[in-house]
Design a protein around this ligand. Sequence first.
Ligand SMILES: Nc1ncnc2c1ncn2[C@@H]1O[C@H](COP(=O)(O)OP(=O)(O)O)[C@@H](O)[C@H]1O
Ligand SMILES: [Mg+2]
Length: 288
Amino acid sequence: MGTTVVAIANQKGGVGKSTTAINLAACLVELRRRVLLVDLDPQANATSGLGAEKAIGGSLYGALLGLRSLLDSVRPTAYQNFDLVPSELDLAGAEMELPKLDHSQLRLRSALEPLRRSGYDYVFIDCPPSLGILTINALCAADRVLIPLQCEYFALEGLSVIVRVVEDLRAGAHPGLAIDGIVMTMYSSRTRLGQQVVREVVEHFPGLVYEALIPRTVRLGEAPSYGKPIIVYDPSGLGAAAYRLLAREFLQRNEVPATPADGATEPKEPPAAPEALAPPSASSGQAP
Ligand SMILES: Nc1ncnc2c1ncn2[C@@H]1O[C@H](COP(=O)(O)OP(=O)(O)O)[C@@H](O)[C@H]1O
Ligand SMILES: [Mg+2]
């Protein structure tokens, strides 16, 4: 199987994009997939949430300008098979500068080409909270878009905005773009609102909403300040369980053929998944 590039996008801030990027990626690594996370948000929440430093004078912005290779920006994380392109200070200037360039929407798509041949199963792009040129670049570079949606009033209004942008791209610049799904975040089963919102979204977008609901938990909110994915920070909590479920469902959507010829319905998975992410030298004793 080749590399699937997934943009994690929603123009609203604080809906769980970065949290989902970090934790879905980490859970897929736990399921023995090789993953790269590209932090395209100048605010660098995915970078710091993984305990990594924002790059200074790195090459992500240079790669968008076509001056450098994005390969130079790839950094290892504390975990095996989990790499990161950290956000960098220069990125904040991109919203102003990129639109002046030729093919301004397709810059990240070109920059990611060599990374599609680098053996990753999945490349996730954590988008900034806007529909500016960076998010459009992410959508044009992606095969699929995953939309985290906070369980709150007016969720559907916000959702229809991003869905319309995706439909426009499908009708023009990027016909191959697919919506992977909608992840309901900060769900509380104790209030009626959460259940109502989920029901409404499912009615409007049948088949798109992930069954794994991400609960609002104190631990999920704390984990980024320790620079750790939830399956490392609080491996047996509700948040870890929810993101593990999401990862399994994600693999069902992405790795199981729609019409299996041989009756197989389970994703190909290793016989035993490790209980926790392995640090780089844990199993091999060799530097990566
Ligand atoms: N399920 C959750 N439960 C509790 N806090 C959460 C949850 N998901 C995200 N948060 C917190 O809410 C804030 C916004 O989440 P974040 O993932 O950064 O959103 P976005 O990337 O969409 O702006 C962060 O402080 C994050 O730690
Ligand atoms: Mg974010």
